[in-house]
Design a protein around this ligand. Sequence first.
Ligand code: ADP
Ligand code: MG
Length: 745
Amino acid sequence: MGVKVGIDLGTTFSAVAVINEKTGQPNIVPNTAGERITPSVIQFTENGDIIVGTEAKDAYEFGEYGCTSVFKRCMGNDEPYCTFYGKSYSSEELSAILLRYLKEEAEAVLHQTIDEAVVTVPAYFYHKERGATLRAAKRAGLNVRQLINEPTAAAMSYGVNHWRENANILVYDLGGGTFDVTLVEMKKNGQMISKQTKGNHILGGKDWDSSLSSLIINKIESEIAYYKQDHPEIESIVAQSAESIKKQLTTKNTAQISLYLPEYGTYKTEISIDDFNSVTVDLLNETGTLCRDVLQEAGLTWENLTDILLVGGSTRMRQVSDYLYKLSGNRHKPLTQVNPDEAVALGAAIQVHLPLPKYIVLSSAPSDDKDLKTANYQFRKTKAKPKSYLPGKIGKETALPSALSIVQRDVVAHAMGVIAVNQEGTAYINKTIVPANQTIPVKYAESFNYYTSSYEENEVEIYVLQGEKPPLESEIIGKYVVSGITHNPNENPTIIKIQYSYDINGMIHVQARQGNGKSDLPIREEGIPDDMSKYGRPIDESEKPKKLGDLYVVMALDVSGSMSGKPLKNASDAMCNFIDMLSDYPGKVEIGVLAVSDRTCCVQALTTNMEKCKKETQSITCGLTGYCNAADPFDEIKNMLHGKKGKKIGIVLADGVWENQYDAVLRAKKCHKSEIDIIGIGFGSADEQFLKDISSGDIDSMMVARSGELTKSFGKIAQEIGGSGKKHSRFDTKQKTETWQAPGE
Ligand code: ADP
Ligand code: MG
C-alpha cells in the first residue's frame, strides 16, 4: 500500500507533503539532502544525467550550460522552452522531469511508493496550463487525484489549525513568478469555499529582482560612468546577485553590494530599503488593484474581511505586509501563521484525503492523453543517504481525524465563452457561457437553432474561449466540431444543445446533443487555425449575406384538393420556417402570402410583421379558393410587388398539373419583365417543365418528391437570397436548457 502526497509544483521552489498518521497533521517531506523545499531548476549534463534542485540552481547561478528554470511560466505552450545537447524540452516535459524527481526523492525518504497525489496550480491557470500539468504528472508516473488552486491549498493548511466560523480570508499569494489573490470563506461544519479569485501569472518575485537590477545598473552608470551599452555583460552580473540583495533587505534596512565589473574591478555600493521600495511600488500596486477587485466582486469591504493570509516566498518582503496594512485602511495586519514556502504543499496533502466533489466523468478523454506514457529519466544520484525526517511513521492509509474533515470547494477564475456573432450581425463577440468564479465542478448548457439546407451538412464548429475580452484577446481554448447531426425534414431548424463544463480540475469539457436526444453527438477537437484574424475584424461583406437592399417576397401556395392533410401542413410549416430563416436578412424584409386554386386570394398583404405572417400562413385551409387549379397567382404577385424598390421575389408552390399552364407561363413572363424573380417549387405530380418555364433569375426551379422535403428547398432559397439557412447558424441568445449527466456520472 502506497502513500498519498500533496505536491506544490512551484515556479521557483517545489515541495511535497504527507499527512502524519499519528497527529493527523500535514508534514513536509524533505528531499534526500534534507531540504524542505526543492528549487524548480534542472540541469542536463553531457552524459545524459539530469540534475534537479539546489545543485542545478547553483550551476544555473554560475552560468553553467544545460540549466533551465522558471519553465512553469510557459506551461501549456507546446513550443520548446529550451534546447541542450541537441534536444529540445517543452515546459510540460521539464515539469514532468521535476515531478518525477520529487516523486523519487519523496519515495526514498518515506520508504514507500507514492500512489496518489494532489498537485497544486495557480488559481489563474487556464485550461491549457492545467491540461499540461496533468499530462506532465502522468508522464512522471504520478496518479493525480485532483489539481487544486494554490491559494485554496494554503488556506486549508491555515484552516486546519485556525478554524473560524463564518470568516472571510483573503489569501495573498506572491510567489516567484505568479500572483494570485483569492477570497476563501470558512463556514460552518468545516466547509471551506473559495469565492473569488484573480491573478496575474507574469507577476512575481522575478519582477522585483528585475526592478532591483535596473536600480543597481542606474547607480553604476551614474556613479562610475560604467555604461550598459559599452558593457552589456553588466546585466547578467547584476541579475545574478539581485535576488540575494533583495533577500538581505528582508531583514536589514540597507544591503551591501560588491560586484566584480570587467575592466573596472570591484565595485561596492549599498541599496536602501527605501530605494528598493520606491522602484517596486508599481508592482505592489498591481497586486493591490487585484485585491480590491476581488473584494468588490464578492461584495465585501476591508471592514467585513476577517483576515489577510500571506503565502508565497515573496511575501517575506516587508513592503508586502506594510502595503496591505495600509491598503486595508490600517485594519488588517496580515497573518503570518503559515510558512509561506510550505503552506501550499501542506494544504494539498490534506486535500488528497478528502472526498472528491461530484465529478464530471469525461465522455471522451482528450485524445493526446490516452497514449501518454510514463517517461524514464535518469537522475544523477546524490551521495547523501536518505534520512527519515518525519515525526512518527507514515503507516497505512487512515482517514483524517474528524477535526480535519474540511469540505473544500474551489472556483475557477476565468469565464468560459464561445465565439458568436453579435445581434446586429456586424462583429464576432465572446459570448459568455459560464461566468467567472463559479464553484467547480459546474456545467452550463445552451441550445441554438441549426438551420441547414443540405443533407451533407451535419457539423457545427464551436470555438471555446476563456476570459471575457473580445475573441482574439481571450485565451482560445479549442475548436470543437460537433458531428453526426441527423436531419429530419419536418424539423428545420434542428435544435442543438451544447453543454459546457468545468470539472474539478478546472478543465473544460464540451458535449452536444440533438433535440431531446439522450445520447451525446460525437465531438472532435481540431487544431485552432493559424489565421484567426477574421474574428477580430468586423464581419465583412463577403462573409455576410450579400446586401441586397430591401427584400419583398410573395409566396403563393396551391390549396387545391390534392393538398388536403399532411401536404398542406408540411407546406405551411416549411413556409413559416422560411420566414424565420429570413429574420437575419441584412435589410428590410416584407413578406406576403397568397392562396391559389380556382381563384387567388390574398392571405397576408406584404408585411414586416413576421409573427402575423406566420400565423396567417398556418391558418390557410385546403379548398380556401376552390378545389381545382383553374387559376394562377402571377398577376396578383405582380400587383403586390408593383412599385417596390429592392429585390422582388415570387415563390410558387405547385402540387399537380394546373389547368391553364400556357397562360400561366405568359403571365409569369410579365413578372420577369417587371424584375420579379419567380421560383417554382413543385411536389407530388407537379409538371417539372412548367416549373422551369415559370422560373427566372439565379435560383432554379425545384422538384421535390414529397411535401416533407419542402423545408430543404426553402433553406436553399433563403441561403441564396441572403437569409440564414447557413451552416453556422446564429445562437439564439438567452435560451437555456437543462444540463445533463455524462454516462457513468
Ligand atoms: P513559487 O511558488 O512561484 O515557486 P515561492 O513561493 O517559492 O515561489 O517564492 C519564491 C520567490 O520568493 C522568489 O522570487 C524568491 O526570490 C522570493 N523570496 C524567497 N525568500 C525571500 C526573502 N527572504 N525575501 C524576499 N523574497 C524572497
Ligand atoms: Mg508557490
